[in-house]
Design a protein around this ligand. Structure first.
Ligand SMILES: Cc1cc2nc3c(=O)[nH]c(=O)nc-3n(C[C@H](O)[C@H](O)[C@H](O)COP(=O)(O)OP(=O)(O)OC[C@H]3O[C@@H](n4cnc5c(N)ncnc54)[C@H](O)[C@@H]3O)c2cc1C
Length: 332
């Protein structure tokens, strides 16, 4: 399978590359973005419609998020409710393979601990290798919507660092059940970082302590949570360096799009808007006005980050290209 896909890619596609190699080879700030798999039952075309307009900016890689199961209650009649697990956005791996095949751009699937036993993780990684996908962003994942705290799978990982350990062991040829070495995998592992700290961490220092452990375990670069205040990113980068974290740090940016985002983004992602931005947002009375502010702020943030020499700017598109395209037009 891997051989066939590599043969197909090789006709038009320079060999798939690792994110860390893209960064190391780059002479200037790279462009990348994140998309979501379509809702179950939706066509893959909706994904292509979000990617096509951004191809002119030559993304070096495209991340695809992973969405775990949610629980819903189905009415079975006679007062009986059945609790059912569903995944609303399956298809992360399939979308990654489709992206690599159609666009000849490297895809980075997100892999989470939640819902996965160690063996399922191992099998998922084997699938990725067969598909020629050598990049993975290793995450813990959030709790299920109906649970207040993250509960690991009974045979799974509690923290992202344990997932990174497992992937690194496979890169050494150490699989779960065998006491002899197997063919090593060759994954480039990315990890998440939080300029405004992860919401569960006691403080930024403890969060950085655990971030360092993820790097020591084998993560080769960090992609950050969205932020709107570049000063917070620069302070985070400095704190990382002081803590001995020396891998590339990729800032993640999301353009604010709707009036609803003004309260939703800080609440959901545990981030602040800087005062200057909040003043502009308070003047907005429509989604169109918010969108205009979002584009202008995204351009401002991107220009400053690029000038500071960040390795790559990673945009959270939510699979919609319009705003990121307007920002990228001014930057790349
Ligand atoms: C770039 C990016 C992409 C993302 N993509 C997805 C996605 O596709 N799907 C999805 O479900 N979620 C995604 N998330 C959200 C992410 O899964 C959540 O933020 C999750 O709550 C934490 O994941 P993590 O990998 O940072 O966890 P971890 O690194 O495990 O950290 C979680 C918390 O535990 C603490 N901690 C870490 N290690 C230890 C330890 N050994 N002992 C004690 N405490 C520890 C940390 O300080 C932190 O507070 C993404 C986040 C980012 C920034």
């Amino acid at each position: 399978m891997r051989a066939i896909l590599l043969f197909l890619f090789s006709k038009t596609y320079a060999t798939p590359m690792k994110v860390i190699d893209h960064i190391n080879e780059a002479k200037e700030t790279l462009f990348s973005f994140e998309i979501l798999p379509p809702l179950k039952g939706k066509n893959v075309q909706s994904i292509y419609d979000g990617i096509d307009p951004l191809m002119e900016f030559k993304p070096k890689f495209i991340n695809v998020t992973y969405h775990r199961e949610e629980y819903i209650y189905k009415d079975r009649g006679q007062g009986l409710l059945e609790k059912i697990a569903i995944r609303k956005r399956p298809g992360t791996v399939g979308i990654c393979a489709a992206i690599m095949n159609k666009y000849q751009v490297d895809a980075v699937p997100h892999l989470i601990c939640g819902g996965f036993g160690k063996e399922e993780t191992e099998n998922a990684l084997i699938d990725l290798q067969f598909l020629g996908i050598d990049n993975v962003l290793a995450l813990r994942g959030d709790s299920i919507k109906t649970e207040s705290v993250f509960k690991p799978h009974e045979n799974g990982h509690k923290y992202a660092v344990e997932l990174i350990d497992q992937i690194r062991e496979m890169n050494y040829g150490n699989y779960l059940m065998d006491d002899y070495q197997l063919e090593p995998t060759d994954f480039c592992i990315g990890t998440a970082g939080y300029p405004e700290k992860h919401f569960e961490a006691m403080n930024l220092a403890t969060d950085l302590h655990y971030l360092k452990k993820k790097i020591d375990a084998g993560a080769e670069y960090i992609t950050t949570q969205m932020f709107f205040d570049n000063e917070k990113f620069f302070a985070f980068e400095k704190a990382c360096r002081n803590a001995g974290i020396d891998v590339p740090i990729i800032p993640g940016l999301k353009p604010i799009k709707t009036l609803n985002h003004i309260s939703f983004l800080p609440q959901f992602f545990h981030i602040d808007f800087p005062e200057e931005l909040s003043k502009e947002l308070l003047k907005c009375t429509s989604n169109e006005e918010v969108e205009q502010v979002g584009i202008e702020w995204g351009i401002y943030q991107s220009k400053e980050l690029k000038k500071a020499g960040v390795p790559c700017i990673h945009y959270y598109t939510m699979s919609k290209s319009d705003m990121v395209k307007k920002i990228a037009n001014e930057i790349f």
